[in-house]
Design a protein around this ligand. Structure first.
Ligand SMILES: [Cu+2]
Length: 297
């Protein structure tokens, strides 16, 4: 998703990454079952700002180089670079489809209407509950007066983060606001890391590799069925899209895709647990699968 870094010239190459699609996904259920016990400090560890997070700001202006540039985190607020996200409503009913509506406004409160195309779309929306479950990737449509809307159904109560991921005047932005679904919330722990996830009978493997804060990390996925590689169709201009969210504050990470493989380069800004939401198209369907990635100092 939007996850894209705005470097001109590399736009096409990067076009695949980031955001993308529209399947409701209950990550926890797909990842292999049992949730592990919480580690020490799990509950509170994410409340404090992580050391090293300052790095996340460095790439924000997209002046950076390509792979290997400083990590960029976005999506931490409703305001960035003079632009705001304004959700039409901040509450939603459980289990009922309704229109998610919002505007991106600039100075003076006027709606922005001229968005750049990124990954074949002018706007990418990611919705996820605060506990990193219920991931959805949606592509809304814009009315003439600048209001974006898309049908949204949230089955479980809780607080959801709504990310609007787009590019404006050549600069990628991710703005985020909260949406509340009333009811009794059963928060789920983030599943422990597992190298394999299954979705729709497909086996998705994440190649083992240590992830260190501030260091570029390759995230290589393979998809097989019954031990045989599965052909991947293009999805939003690449072989797949990956959204990485940091546990605790749901910082939205830029991930750079390799256009030809299900491979991504990510620089995690801090030691922390991240949840990776991978989306790819195979066998005529869009699939979404999630992995937990631990990043060490
Ligand atoms: Cu998208």
């Amino acid at each position: 998703m939007g996850i894209v870094r705005a470097m001109r010239g590399t736009t096409a190459k990067l076009a695949g990454f980031a955001a993308t699609l529209a399947l409701i996904f209950v990550g926890a259920l797909l990842i292999g079952g049992a949730f592990g016990p919480l580690r020490d400090g799990d509950a509170d560890a994410d409340a404090a700002p992580a050391h090293g997070d300052a790095m996340g700001e460095m790439g924000g202006a997209h002046g950076g180089s390509g792979h290997g540039a400083a990590a960029t985190v976005r999506g931490l607020g409703v305001f960035e670079g003079g632009l705001s996200i304004r959700l039409a409503t901040t509450t939603a009913p459980a289990g009922r489809t309704q229109l998610l509506r919002f505007r991106i406004t600039g100075d003076g409160g006027a709606a922005v209407r001229d968005f750049d195309v990124e990954h074949t779309k002018r706007m990418h929306v990611i919705v996820v509950r605060r506990d990193l479950t219920g991931f959805q990737h949606l592509h809304p449509t814009m009315s003439a007066d600048g209001e974006w809307s898309v049908p949204l159904r949230l089955t479980e109560p809780g607080t959801y983060r709504v990310f609007a991921d787009f590019s404006h005047d050549g600069t990628p932005r991710t703005l985020a606001g909260d949406l509340q679904v009333d009811g009794t919330v059963d928060s789920l722990p983030v599943p422990p890391p597992a190298p394999v996830a299954e979705v729709d009978g497909l086996r998705v493997a994440l190649a083992e590799g240590a992830a260190r804060a501030g260091k570029e990390t390759a995230l290589d996925f393979t998809v097989t069925r019954d031990g045989r590689p599965v052909a991947l169709a293009d999805y939003l201009g690449a072989k797949g899209h990956l959204v990485a969210l940091r546990r605790g504050d749901l910082a939205f990470l830029h991930v750079h895709p390799d256009a030809d493989r299900l491979s991504f380069m990510a620089t995690f800004p801090s030691a922390r647990t991240y949840r990776l939401f991978l989306q790819f198209r195979a066998e005529g369907k869009l699939h979404t699968v999630a992995f937990t990635q631990e990043v060490s100092p």
